[in-house]
Ligand binder design. Structure first.
Ligand SMILES: Nc1ncnc2c1ncn2[C@@H]1O[C@H](COP(=O)(O)OP(=O)(O)OP(=O)(O)O)[C@@H](O)[C@H]1O
Ligand SMILES: [Mg+2]
Length: 312
């Protein structure tokens, strides 16, 4: 467990974090969300001591993090950055095994680890292991970034807006991927985003930050249905823009092709209001014809879309 106790951080007299108190449980998918400058990166970097608090304490499993051996502690903390930061002159496999190398793992163990993880994130190692970063798309590179953070089987993984540079479809795929990895590995994931729909989608526990203050800490339901104050309410308010079209929703990567039978005559050009009515009528699942395929949209797609709209 990670525990923040009365943590403050000032930069040259300016306060970035004020009296932060919170706990992050082992195995949690913990998301910190807030506007730019709210102190998310500062908070994340205080966990791996890239930044030191001005006052206050951070404890891991009851012990002040200052008392741990820094190198050993960081080996237990994977770190995924926003700008993917792979080494251009190393192959994908070499990029992934950079930390295992420094730990002098055997060649075989290094390779097995890299290949297993590549497989897990949907990159066929036979095809990708020997390639160089510039031969991969942005989304594929970020998959490698995630794999690299997982290579030493860390106890926790810190992720700072890892998907913010990706297009909406790759972003969705990678969100699904981290959810899958979290289910499989049961590692603690600490994920920073300013995108509230991403926060709602991924977070088991969500910390809402504003101007260095923790405004609310809770699960999805707490945050959406029981906002503690006007800030949280405003930040997550699903302002329904009924005039947007279904097309816009599909463009943002929502929905999927389906084997289910068509139950609606919905058109791409119809409005979100129409979709909402259809969803109500068909128990939250609308299947319609789109470009020759059967296409499924659900109530949670609609909520995601409204959440994304609010954020833009
Ligand atoms: N090295 C620094 N020196 C001075 N001020 C800093 C420094 N790093 C951050 N700050 C300030 O501290 C505050 C919090 O910054 P932080 O990077 O933690 O925000 P953030 O929530 O991660 O924002 P973003 O969403 O833009 O990444 C901001 O006002 C920022 O200007
Ligand atoms: Mg930041």
């Amino acid at each position: 467990m990670i525990k923040f106790e009365h943590v403050y951080k000032q930069y040259e007299g300016n306060s970035a974090i004020e009296d932060l108190n919170m706990e992050i449980n082992d195995g949690d998918f913990f998301v910190m969300v807030g506007t730019s400058g709210s102190g998310k990166t500062t908070t994340l970097k205080m966990i791996n001591r890239l930044i030191e608090p001005s006052t206050g304490k951070i404890l891991i499993d009851g012990q002040d993090i200052k008392k741990y051996n820094l190198r050993k502690m960081r080996l237990n903390m994977g770190y995924v950055l926003q700008n993917i930061a792979l080494f251009p002159n190393l192959t994908i496999e070499e990029n992934i095994t950079i930390q295992p190398d420094s730990l002098r793992w055997s060649k075989e163990k290094r390779k097995n680890t890299a290949w297993d993880l590549l497989q897990k994130v949907g990159l066929d190692p036979k095809e990708y292991a020997k390639r160089y970063p510039h031969e991969l798309s942005g989304g594929e590179q970020q998959r490698v970034g995630i794999v690299r953070a997982l290579a030493t089987k860390p106890k926790m993984v810190l992720m700072d807006e890892p998907f913010s540079a990706l297009d909406p479809i790759s972003r969705r795929q990678l969100q699904d991927l981290v959810l899958k990895l979290h289910r499989e590995l049961r590692t603690t994931f600490i994920f920073v985003t300013h995108d509230m729909s991403e926060a709602i989608r991924l977070g088991n526990t969500i910390a809402v930050l504003s101007k260095g203050h923790l405004e609310q800490l809770g699960n999805r339901d707490d945050i959406l249905n029981h906002p503690k104050n006007k800030f949280v309410e405003g930040f997550f308010k699903l302002e329904k823009n009924g005039q947007d079209t279904v097309n816009l929703m599909l463009d943002s990567g929502l929905g999927q092709t389906s084997d289910l039978e068509i139950n609606s005559s919905l058109l791409k050009e119809d409005t979100i209001n129409t979709l909402a009515t259809e969803l109500k009528e068909h128990n939250g699942k609308v299947v319609f014809k789109k470009d020759g395929n059967n296409y499924l949209l659900t109530t949670s797609d609609l909520i995601d879309f409204l959440a994304e709209e609010e954020d833009n």
